[in-house]
Design a protein around this ligand. Structure first.
Ligand SMILES: Nc1nc2c(ncn2[C@@H]2O[C@H](COP(=O)(O)OP(=O)(O)OP(=O)(O)O)[C@@H](O)[C@H]2O)c(=O)[nH]1
Ligand SMILES: [Mg+2]
Length: 362
């Protein structure tokens, strides 16, 4: 499985495709495509990849070294530590006779200090002092923390957390620290505005637009709805066992299904091509080893395999389309995998170019 399944009308072959970036000023040549989907589905991760893959070295450097990402990464690390500490405390309150305990008595002091660190500030780089770094590193040595980390999906720890806590030594994030592009990809920062990335090809230009997907952000979507040639709707496959960040009650996948239905069937978009990315395949595969999509679809009677489960979810979404099914293209994706995203973006480019050509020929 993986990033292999674009379905829908044939796309242009590589040989025919215009792929040499040049400067284009004529905005008639713009093909505008927006990433839509619920919060956390992975829209900005694709957007970062587009910037990285197609923009100048300056952009690449800024994506890897932008100090605003340093702050966001420190916020991510500290928010995660605070969420883990809180979940231990909540558990202990409910289970006074069977408490989760730290092995090292000084860990309680580390936890007490970390709870007090203010992380919401845009200047989190300043709060990641040596003392804070010591506390994070000491506390992370506790087995209890690692055990609670395994249940992180229950309390909205961001999906990039394993990259920072498991795949890296936390010492690497001590100041002075410059994020790598991989760090930037795994960093979580909710989008709160509208951002564009323009990619030039020899005779047209793709304009990718990224918007925020959390409930409070969706009212801004209408600002970008004019002149769109296609929608990319991003769905997180792995969210089947999670509740919405916004209310902690609604299952995320139900929210995503409803939003998908509402968006693609509006009068504005009922004839617009929709490219659906079923994202986070890597996490989905991992979760299916211990869980089933029955969690969100109790009526599901199939097996626990990745292909079968994906097919079921895919059909659930596609059945919400009330217009021409031929306008929907689907692809399974892992937005953090740069090689796979490159071929996905090329497929998008070829697909929209083909649609434009077909429309031009009547
Ligand atoms: N492992 C893994 N992590 C992913 C994948 N796609 C996104 N993520 C992570 O998921 C988190 C959320 O991704 P974003 O791209 O910020 O989500 P978004 O859809 O832009 O969210 P909003 O801006 O709130 O609408 C980040 O930490 C990403 O690194 C994926 O395919 N695999
Ligand atoms: Mg975003």
């Amino acid at each position: 499985m993986g990033n292999c399944c674009l379905t829908g009308p044939t796309v242009l072959s590589q040989a025919e495709s215009p792929n040499k970036p040049t400067i284009i000023e004529d905005t008639d040549k713009d093909i505008r495509i927006v990433f839509l989907g619920t919060g956390d589905s992975g829209k900005s991760t694709f957007f970062k990849q587009v910037n990285y893959l197609y923009q100048s070295n300056d952009t690449k450097n800024s994506l890897g070294g932008d100090s605003s990402f340093t702050s966001a990464i420190y916020t991510n690390i500290l928010d995660t530590m605070q969420a883990l500490i809180k979940s231990i405390e909540d558990y202990n309150e409910k289970n006074p006779d069977n408490q989760l305990l730290f092995a090292n008595p000084t860990s309680y002091e580390c936890a007490a200090r970390l709870k007090l660190v203010e992380t919401s500030s845009r200047k989190s780089a300043n709060v990641y002092t040596d003392q804070v770094a010591d506390d994070v590193e000491e506390l992370w040595k506790e087995d209890v923390m690692k055990k609670v980390f395994e249940t992180r999906y229950e309390y909205h720890v961001f999906d990039g957390a394993p990259h920072f806590f498991l795949k890296n030594d936390l010492k690497r994030f001590r100041q002075p620290y410059k994020p790598t592009f991989e760090d930037v990809l795994y960093c979580r920062r909710k989008t709160t505005g509208v951002i564009e990335a323009k990619v030039n090809f020899s005779d047209f230009r793709l304009v990718f637009i990224d918007v925020g997907g959390q409930r409070s952000e969706r009212k801004k979507w209408v600002q970008v709805f004019g002149g769109l040639e296609a929608l990319i709707f991003v769905i997180s496959l792995s969210e089947f066992d999670q509740l919405c960040y916004e209310d902690d009650v609604t299952p995320r996948m139900i929210e995503s299904l409803d939003l998908f239905e509402e968006t693609i069937n509006t009068e504005t978009f009922c004839q617009t091509p929709v490219i659906v990315f079923f994202n986070k395949v890597d996490i989905f595969e991992e979760k299916l080893k211990t869980k089933s999509i029955k969690t969100v679809f109790p009526e599901y009677e199939g097996g626990g395999g990745v292909e079968e489960s994906t097919e079921y979810i895919k059909n659930k979404f596609l059945s919400r389309n009330k217009h021409d099914p031929g306008r929907i293209y689907t692809r399974c994706t892992t937005a953090t995998n740069s090689d796979a995203v490159k071929s996905t973006i090329e497929m998008v480019r070829d697909t929209v170019f083909e649609i434009r050509k077909k429309n031009a020929n009547g």
